[in-house]
Design a protein around this ligand. Sequence first.
Ligand SMILES: N[C@@H](CCC(=O)N[C@@H](CS)C(=O)NCC(=O)O)C(=O)O
Length: 203
Amino acid sequence: MKLLYSLTSPYARKVRVVAAEKRIDVEMIKVVLADPDCPVNQYNPLGKIPVLILVDGETLFDSRVIVEYLDNRTPISRLLPQDHNARVWVRRWEALADGVCDAAVAAMQESRRAANLRDEAVIAKQMGKVERGLQALNDELGDSKWCVDEMFSLADIALGCMLGWLDLRYKDLAWRKQYPSLARHYDEMMKRPSFSETVPPEN
Ligand SMILES: N[C@@H](CCC(=O)N[C@@H](CS)C(=O)NCC(=O)O)C(=O)O
C-alpha cells in the first residue's frame, strides 16, 4: 500500500498517525500539490491528499474512508470502537475537528488573495466556525484525558492533527491560552511517538 501525502496536510497526518498506531506498513509517497506534475489527479479525481493506493491498484480517499479501512485491517490498537454509539461519537469528534481545519484552510486561502479581491466577510465567517468549533471541542473534552469514553481513539488523533495544523498556520491564535482542555490534550498526544514524529515542519 502507498500513501500520497504531504508533511503539512492535517488530513494526511491523521492517516499517518493511524498507520503508525496500528503498526501497518505503508509506503509513503510525498507529493507537492502545487507541482504541475503532481500525480494526485490520477488517483483522486478531486485532486486532494491523502490518497491510499491499494496493492490491486484501487484507490481510497478521503482521510475518513482511509482510516476506517486501516482500522479494519488489523485488530491491533482499535481506533474506532465496535460499539455503534461510541463509534458514532468518535466520528462526530472527527467531523468537528476536520471541520475546524476545513474552515481554517478556507480563511487562510481567502486571506492570501490580493487585497482588492479579498473578502473580509468570508474570512470572518470561516473564523467564526473555527472559534465555535474550538470552544465546543474544549467544552466537550472538559477534564477527560481522551475525547470518548476515556479511551484513546481516532477522535483524539483528529483533534491533535487539527491543533497541530493551527500551530503551523495560525501562530497568533493563542488557542492554548483560550482552550486549556485542548492544550492539556495536545500535550498528552505529544507523548505518543506516532504524533510527535509527524509534527508538520515549517516550510
Ligand atoms: N476531506 C478531505 C480533505 C483533504 C484536503 O483538503 N486535502 C488538502 C491538503 S491538506 C488538499 O489536497 N488540497 C488540494 C485541493 O483542495 O485542491 C480529507 O479528509 O481527506
